[in-house]
Design a protein around this ligand. Structure first.
Ligand code: SAM
Ligand code: SF4
Ligand code: SF4
Length: 335
């Protein structure tokens, strides 16, 4: 099949699949406990895409040029038998990279199994290294130790690891240096993510963003950095190496330095809606088509129609016009 591109000539390279909307954490900027409380109604099991449905869609995306898959959530390791899904995704022709984004707590039990299933790498989200700050952020009073143990388990299993830290003013900017020091010494790449205006409940405004420049300046002052080249076209993080040769950091600057021009990502929510942008207000209901007995060919034509019509570039537009709109939640679409 010929490579499909959207209205801005961007191919579909990366498929992000949310496998569950539930999570063991209540991070204040993602699933605040006041909103996602006891009586919050998560998706019932039969509304989630089954593994058969996910694999079928992934095969069609691979035909359209997709090479990478990232499994996310909610907390993806809360979906039963995730290793089975990973093994099946790894067998798809054309898919050469399958990764998981996780808060790492369940990696202690699952890392070996996931590696054995063929998982290529993990991204671990950790927003602070000091317990007091971390406990406040994750909304469940969890200390950093279970996360650090999860990271250790992934390392032992032989999984490459990157650490992602969302930086939000007033929440954890005092953790930039302690986190950089800690992961410089372990040798894991730490990537700082500018706090984004995804979802409708996290109280985002421009004043809460700690910019890429500010983050680099702070680290550079203590641990000198130099810019490094991107590893591949469309890499979301800008890379910086420590001048003393002890590894690197990354910055994902979706707010102050948007990268929509090279955005080759498509997102599938846990209940089978397809989003062509992280900031979309509505998705395309693919589960309905699957459950209405669409053939593979009909599904493929539908996906081609959606992608070829795509002209999303929300972050670039936000920077020009300051425009805001109603959006889906990050825990639903998975980042
Ligand atoms: N639970 C898993 C985890 O935390 O890694 C996977 C899902 S989580 C929604 C994926 C990533 O999105 C996490 O790294 C999280 O920090 C990030 N995230 C959530 N809300 C965000 C926001 N408003 N701005 C930037 N990143 C955000
Ligand atoms: Fe859960 Fe991840 Fe959202 Fe935190 S960022 S609440 S761990 S889904
Ligand atoms: Fe891609 Fe939308 Fe983010 Fe731009 S704003 S990089 S189009 S997901």
């Amino acid at each position: 099949m010929k490579q499909v591109t959207d209205q801005l000539q961007r191919p579909i390279r990366d498929l992000r699949i949310s496998v569950i909307d539930q999570c063991n954490f209540r991070c204040s900027y993602c699933m605040p406990a006041e909103v996602f409380g006891e009586d919050y109604r998560f998706l019932p099991f039969n509304e989630l895409l089954s593994y058969d449905e996910i694999v079928r869609l992934a095969e069609i995306f691979a035909e359209l040029g997709t090479e990478k898959i990232r499994i996310t959530g909610g907390e993806p390791l809360m979906r039963r038998n995730l290793d089975e899904l990973i093994a099946r995704l790894k067998r798809i022709e054309g898919i050469n990279d399958v990764a998981v984004t996780t808060n790492a707590v369940f990696l202690t039990k699952q890392a070996e199994k996931l590696k054995a299933a063929g998982l290529d790498r993990v991204n671990v989200s950790l927003d602070a290294i000091e317990d007091d700050v971390f406990k406040r952020i994750n909304g469940r009073h969890v200390k950093t130790l279970p996360v650090l143990k999860g990271i250790e388990a992934a390392r032992k299993a032989g999984l490459p690891i990157k650490i992602n830290m969302v930086v939000k003013k007033g929440m954890n900017e005092d953790q930039i240096l302690p986190m950089a020091r800690y992961f410089k010494q372990t040798g894991d790449t730490l990537r700082f993510i500018e706090f984004m205006d995804v979802g409708n409940h996290n109280g985002w405004n421009m004043d809460t963003v700690v910019s890429k420049k500010e983050i680099i300046d702070r680290i550079n002052e203590e641990m000198p950095l130099e810019a490094a080249d991107a590893n591949y076209f469309g890499e979301v993080a800008s890379r910086y190496r420590y001048k003393d040769g002890s590894g690197e950091i990354g910055i994902i600057s979706s707010v102050t330095d948007a990268f929509c021009g090279s955005c080759t990502r498509v997102r599938l929510s846990a209940d089978g809606k397809l989003y062509t942008c992280l900031f979309a207000s509505a998705g395309h209901d693919i589960k309905r088509l699957i459950r209405n007995n669409y053939s593979d060919h009909q599904l493929l034509l539908e996906l081609v129609k959606i992608w070829t019509g795509r002209k999303d570039r929300y972050s670039e537009e936000r920077n020009k016009t300051g425009k805001q709109r109603e959006k889906i939640e990050m825990s639903y679409i998975g980042g």
